[in-house]
Structures are given as C-alpha cells and as structure tokens.
Design a protein around this ligand. Sequence first.
Ligand SMILES: C[S@@+](CC[C@H](N)C(=O)[O-])C[C@H]1O[C@@H](n2cnc3c(N)ncnc32)[C@H](O)[C@@H]1O
Length: 236
Amino acid sequence: MNIDVITLFPDFFTSGLQSGLLGRALANAIASVNLVNPRDFTVDKHHRVDDIPYGGGVGMVLKPEPIFAAVNSLPRLPHSQVILLTPQGSPLTQTTLQDLATHYQQLILICGHYEGFDERIRYLADREISLGDFVLTCGEIPALALINGVVRLLPGTVGKTESLKAESFEEGLLDYPQYTRPAVFQDWEVPDILRSGNHQLIAQWRRDQQIQRTQKRRRDLWEKWSSETSSDQAES
Ligand SMILES: C[S@@+](CC[C@H](N)C(=O)[O-])C[C@H]1O[C@@H](n2cnc3c(N)ncnc32)[C@H](O)[C@@H]1O
C-alpha cells in the first residue's frame, strides 16, 4: 500500500510513523508513506498556501492551486483513493478502515489547516473522512489515525491474524476484558474461568462478556449486532 500525505507540516509525522507496530510495518515495507508539502508547489515568491476568505470573516483559507498541483504531481496506481480529512466528512469507522485496507493500493490524504479548504479542493477528493464530531486545528492527527488503522490491518503488521479478529468492532462487538499476571492485584482477582485451562468455557465466557459489555456501553452497536445476528439466524 502506498500512502501519500499532502501536508504543510511533514515534521508532524516524524515520530508517529517511526514508533511501535506502525514503525515496524513501514520499516518492513508493508506500506510506504510519502509526505508531500504543497508549499513546494507554489509559484509566487512568498510561497503562499493560504489567503483571506471571499466575503470576509476570520482566519485564512487554503488556496486550491498548491493542493491541486501537489495531488496531480503524484504517480497514480490503478486502485487509488483521494481522501480529504475534514470534520464534515463521514465519521471514520472500522468498516471504513477495512474497506481502505482491502480494496486500495494507494491512498492520497489531504490535510487541512487554518479555517479549512477553498471549497474547490473538494473536487479532488473521492471521499471525505472525519475523525469524529469535534474540530481539531489540523488534518495531520486524523491522517495519522487513518494511516495507523489501515496499516494495522495489512497482512504482516500484526503477528497473529486471530488477534485482529477478536478486537473491538471487528464483529460488531467490543472486545472482552483482558487480564495478565498477577492473579490477584489489590484484592481484584482474575476470574477463575480464565485460569481453568478449559478453552471451550473460556471462549464462551469471552463471547458472553463481549455481548454484555457492548450492550452496557454501546447500546447502538449492540442493537445493530442483535438485529444482524437474528436475521442471519432466520436465513440459515
Ligand atoms: C480548524 S479545522 C477547519 C474546520 C472547518 N472550518 C469546519 O468547520 O468544517 C482545520 C482542518 O483540520 C482538519 N480537521 C479538524 N477537525 C477534523 C476532524 N474531526 N476530522 C478530520 N479532519 C479534521 C481538517 O483538515 C480541517 O480542514
């Protein structure tokens, strides 16, 4: 997977792309990240990437020309997506990450800044993605979150593929509770069943925990999971 990031602040990515599993995946060439600064595509002597908004108002707006030039300079693979990071996009979900990791060879991520983009920059994008219903100062944090989430799903990044399947959201449920040693910590004991060695009972307990936990914490997810599970059962 080739990931190109259009960013005014390439330094932002330095440690995020080098650390942990993501850093190892990139070092092992499971994916590559190419940082492209639209300022390098300006043609005026001040290298301006922003300007005041038409109609007045506070803040500066990213100019279309450097962003178009940066995106259009990139070689394109057959299955590529240009993604604009914006709070006005579709909220990022695990399903979106799976779709991007499975169906595309190249992602081009455009990070905004200041008051946002000139509206015409939207014409470059195949889709718009939001990290959630809140506003950050920049698109670099959502871009890094998206890169991390997509690369994590690529074969070879996470050692055991079963560990990907068991995690929150993979089957529409939250993950089950995890424990490690010691067996007793400050009067809190690890459930006996996890120390029983009975793998069938442990699997059943974990599944029950996933269902109860999702019902309690994320009623919306639980209702969706319940209705999908009952319609699957009705069909079979
Ligand atoms: C201050 S924000 C601009 C917000 C814009 N005026 C609006 O209300 O839609 C600057 C940039 O940060 C990024 N950004 C901020 N919050 C975001 C979010 N929740 N998801 C994705 N990108 C976000 C976008 O790239 C955006 O262009």
